[in-house]
Design a protein around this ligand. Structure first.
Ligand SMILES: NC(=O)c1ccc[n+]([C@@H]2O[C@H](COP(=O)([O-])OP(=O)(O)OC[C@H]3O[C@@H](n4cnc5c(N)ncnc54)[C@H](OP(=O)(O)O)[C@@H]3O)[C@@H](O)[C@H]2O)c1
Length: 338
C-alpha cells in the first residue's frame, strides 16, 4: 500500500474488521506486506497481522519508526521494486499538474508485473488512455472504482449492470463540495463566499478550494467515466470546464421561478465532455441536495438509470478499494484479462 492517510488507514481498518468474513465468504485472504508513506516504509514479507496494522495506524509517529518492521527513508518506488506482491494499492494525494508521485508508482508497479488499485484521480485524468494500454501490455489490471462516487459503485453499475445495453450519454453531479455550496445558496439563500466558508469549516472544502469550485475534480471524473464507460480516449485537456464561482443568488432565484435549480453538471455525450453550472428541474432524479452525488446513464434500451450516493469519505472510499481487490481476485481466479 502506497499512502497511509485517510483512505489507506480506512483500508487497513476494513481488512482488520472484516478479515475472517472475507476469508470465509470470498476465499479472499489478502496480506498487506508493505506500507509506504512520505517518510519511509514498514515491510513484512509474511504479511502484517490485522492487529499489527491497527497498531501501526493508531500511532502518532511515522510508520517507518516501527521498531520491528520500519525502514526510515525507504521510498515507495524501492518497495514496489523489491517487495513481492500481487497488487499495489495507490492512495497518495491527487495532483493534476503532473500526476506525481502516483504516476511513477503506477507505471513502476505495471513494469514489475503488479496490478494497481487506486483512488487517485490525477494519473487517470492526465493519462488514462496510456495507462490502460500500459496495463494491457503488461498483462495486469488497473482498477479505480473509488475515484468516481467514493463508495457508491457508479463505474461498476454502468460497466456490469448495464452490460448488454448501450450507454449513449452520462450526466452527473460528481462533486459533493460544490453540491453542498449550491444547495446552501439555493435553499438557504447564502451567498457564494459564505457558503464556501461554511463548506471549509465543515471540512467539505479544502483551504485552497480551486480543485472543487473551478470544476477540476468533476472534470477528472468525467474523463474517467468517458474512458471506462464510453470508451472515449480523452484526458483532462479535452473537457470544457466552467466552475461555480460566478453562480449568483439572482440566477438561482430566476431558475427557481421556473421550477429549476442550478447544479454543477459533468456530462459526456456525442458532442463532447463538459463541466458547467446547468439549470435542471427540481424534480429531476439528478437533483440531489447537500454533499450527495448522483449520476444518470442514458441507455439505448433501459432508458435513464440514476444512481445516488455519498461521493467521498475515507471509509466509503476504502470500501471501493476492497471491491476492486475482490474484482481482481475474481479475475485472476478465472484468468480473464479484460
Ligand atoms: N478521502 C476521501 O474521501 C477520498 C475520496 C475519493 C478519493 N480520494 C483520493 O484518494 C487519495 C488518498 O486520499 P486520502 O484522503 O487518504 O489522502 P491523505 O489523507 O492526504 O493521505 C495521503 C497519504 O499519502 C502519503 N504520501 C504523500 N506523498 C507520498 C509519496 N511520495 N510516497 C508515499 N506516500 C506519500 C501521505 O504521507 P504523509 O501523511 O506522511 O504526508 C499520506 O499517508 C487521494 O488521491 C484522494 O484524492 C479520497
Amino acid at each position: 500500500m502506497v499512502g497511509f492517510g485517510v483512505v489507506g488507514k480506512g483500508v487497513a481498518t476494513i481488512l482488520a474488521r472484516r478479515y475472517a468474513e472475507k476469508v470465509k465468504g470470498y476465499g479472499f485472504n489478502p496480506k498487506v506486506v508493505a506500507i509506504a508513506d512520505i517518510d519511509g516504509t514498514v515491510v513484512n514479507p509474511r504479511g502484517f497481522k490485522p492487529e499489527k496494522l491497527e497498531a501501526i495506524k493508531q500511532r502518532g509517529y511515522p510508520i517507518s519508526a516501527d521498531p520491528d518492521f520500519g525502514h526510515p527513508g525507504m521510498s515507495a518506488l524501492e518497495v514496489i521494486d523489491s517487495v513481492e506482491a500481487e497488487v499495489v494499492v495507490e492512495v497518495t494525494p491527487v495532483n493534476i499538474k503532473d500526476a506525481e508521485p502516483a504516476l511513477s508508482h503506477i507505471t513502476r508497479a505495471f513494469k514489475t508485473g503488479k496490478h494497481i488499485v487506486t483512488t487517485n484521480k490525477g494519473p487517470l485524468a492526465l493519462a488514462m488512455p496510456a495507462l490502460t494500454e500500459l496495463a494491457d501490455y503488461n498483462n495486469v489490471y488497473l482498477r479505480f472504482s473509488g475515484t468516481v462516487g467514493g463508495g457508491t459503485p457508479m463505474l461498476e453499475f454502468a460497466k456490469r449492470c448495464l452490460a448488454g445495453d448501450k450507454i449513449l450519454a452520462i450526466k452527473g453531479i460528481l462533486n459533493g463540495t460544490t453540491n453542498y455550496i449550491l444547495t446552501e445558496m439555493s435553499q438557504n439563500r447564502v451567498a457564494f463566499q459564505k457558503a464556501l466558508k461554511n463548506a471549509q469549516n465543515l471540512g467539505y472544502a479544502e483551504r485552497e478550494p480551486s480543485m472543487d469550485i473551478d470544476g477540476f475534480d468533476t472534470a477528472c471524473k468525467v474523463v474517467i467515466l468517458a474512458n471506462w464507460i464510453l470508451n472515449k480516449k480523452i484526458t483532462l485537456k479535452d473537457v470544457s470546464r466552467t466552475g461555480i464561482r460566478n453562480v449568483s443568488l439572482q440566477a438561482l432565484d430566476k431558475a427557481s421561478k421556473r421550477g429549476n435549480t442550478i447544479k454543477l453538471i459533468g456530462s459526456i455525450n456525442g458532442e463532447g465532455a463538459t463541466v458547467k453550472p446547468t439549470e435542471i428541474p427540481k424534480n429531476n432524479a439528478l437533483c440531489v441536495s447537500g454533499v450527495l452525488n448522483a449520476v444518470t446513464f442514458f441507455t439505448e434500451f433501459a432508458g435513464e438509470q440514476t444512481l445516488v450516493g455519498r461521493g467521498a469519505g475515507g471509509m466509503e472510499t476504502a470500501s471501493a478499494v476492497l471491491r476492486d481487490l475482490l474484482d481482481i481476485r475474481h479475475k485472476l481466479a478465472s484468468k480473464v484479462f479484460t
